[in-house]
Design a protein around this ligand. Structure first.
Ligand code: NAD
Length: 390
């Protein structure tokens, strides 16, 4: 069997890595960047951390800052207009997953004939072309988008969060600097950190797991396990932030070269219909979906429990897997992850959308990689189960 791996051509990881952005561009002969970011990055002045080194190198970076959380096709179209109207030779995605995914989707849509729509690229289509290369600088730890071949864009006509996959979404380079994450508030630290862990766990239990994705996934779980709570409670703890950031990138490499599974499949419709932050909707689902699949991959979930540090080598698989599940529930308690009901989602609206949400979850292809592959009715039952509590 042939296994194929992809990753950015250059990755620089460590404190101060963002200061090397101009050097990385120069390595690839690039000099006319359009920086894609979100309004907070501009209003807080954070975007200067990327702009200043570019200017210091004599470049004149332009900024597109209209990114929205869970980026939409309409924002991508607006971004493509800006990209095509200027003389840019690369995009720099600076921010959380939303700005990075926006930059990736802009490159993909701009390479298509005029009038093309983002939905033409959703899986199973292959989005392999990009008009210009994308360099990613994450500020959350995180989606791992800086290292993945994916971008996730919401179709505003159908409210569907579309998974778009291909080499066009793979960044040319990534600069991974944990010092950018000190400003993350506890809520976003928890949501994005659980998102990273979910990437690693799903990559590890996926039907598409392989030797290399396992290595990244296990390493990511070892980094995230002991450091998530610390980063949540102590935002300035450098060792915890560093471990979380490295774990997030490794988890991105893991799922980009394996896959995500049922949690992500079910999470995207919650985000699209109820505007719940991506990491938070993952966290709402993670314990129940893990419990659902536990018996189907007991050895893998047990190994994850050991990597996380909550189970020991001497624990039986059944015991180690149960300890993993208990830890996921404990995270949600300690880091105050609400249920969909607690979040304020109306029960009637939730119930009414469940068949569509189950259909959209299945259509994304992610549930097909789960150790236990659900029917639509089982997905509906899981959504019902998590509504008021796991
Ligand atoms: P985000 O980019 O939407 O950011 C969330 C909030 O955090 C924003 O208000 C942002 O301004 C703020 N923020 C970001 N960095 C900050 C910092 N350092 N300090 C203070 N505030 C900061 O959130 P996210 O969770 O990083 O990304 C979510 C998006 O990524 C979703 O659309 C999701 O579908 C997508 N995603 C993509 C992939 C992929 O492989 N492409 C993987 C997972 C998730």
């Amino acid at each position: 069997m042939i296994t194929s791996y992809v990753s950015p051509r250059a990755i620089r990881i460590g404190a101060g890595a963002v200061q090397q952005v101009a050097a990385v561009l120069a390595q690839f002969g690039l000099s006319r960047p359009l920086v894609v970011t979100d309004p907070w990055m501009v209003s807080s002045g954070t975007v200067e951390k990327a702009l200043a080194p570019l200017r210091a190198a004599g470049l004149a970076p332009a900024v597109f800052s209209e990114t929205v959380p869970d980026p939409t096709d309409t924002v991508i179209e607006a971004g493509v207009k800006v990209l095509l109207a200027g003389d840019y030779d690369c995009l720099v995605g600076f921010g959380g997953g939303s700005p990075m995914d926006t930059a990736k989707a802009m490159a993909i849509l701009a390479a298509a004939p005029a009038g093309a729509k983002m939905r033409q690229f959703k899986v199973p289509a292959a989005a392999d072309a990009g008009l210009v290369p994308v360099i990613c600088i994450p500020t959350t730890a995180g989606t791992g988008s800086e290292a993945t071949r994916f971008t996730v864009i919401t179709d505003t006509e159908t409210d569907e969060k579309m998974l778009i996959a291909g080499l066009g979404a793979l960044p040319l380079a990534a600069l991974v600097d944990y010092e950018l994450t000190f400003s993350l508030p506890p809520r976003i630290t928890a949501d994005t950190g659980i998102d990273s862990f979910t990437h690693a766990l799903e990559a590890f239990v996926s039907a598409r797991a392989n030797a290399q994705s396992d290595t990244w996934a296990l390493s990511a779980m070892r980094l995230i396990g002991p450091n998530l709570r610390t980063a949540y409670h102590q935002p300035n703890n450098a060792a915890a932030r560093e471990a979380m950031m490295l774990g997030a990138t490794q988890a991105g490499l893991a799922f980009s070269n394996s896959s995500v599974a049922l949690v992500h499949g079910m999470s995207r419709p919650i985000g699209a219909h109820f505007h719940v932050a991506h990491g938070l909707s993952n966290a709402m689902l993670l314990p129940a979906v893990t419990e659902y699949g536990l018996e189907a991959a007991l050895d893998r979930y047990a190994e994850a429990g050991r990597a996380l540090g909550v189970a020991q080598r001497g624990d039986s698989d059944a015991s180690a897997a149960e300890k993993l599940l208990a830890e996921l529930r404990a995270w949600n308690d300690e880091m105050k992850v609400p249920t969909p009901q607690g979040y304020g989602i109306d029960r009637a609206k939730w119930e009414g959308l469940l068949p569509l949400m189950a259909e959209q979850a299945l259509a994304s292809g992610s549930p097909g990689n789960n150790p236990r592959v659900p029917e639509a009715a089982e997905i509906v039952a899981l959504y019902r189960k998590v509504y008021a509590g796991n």
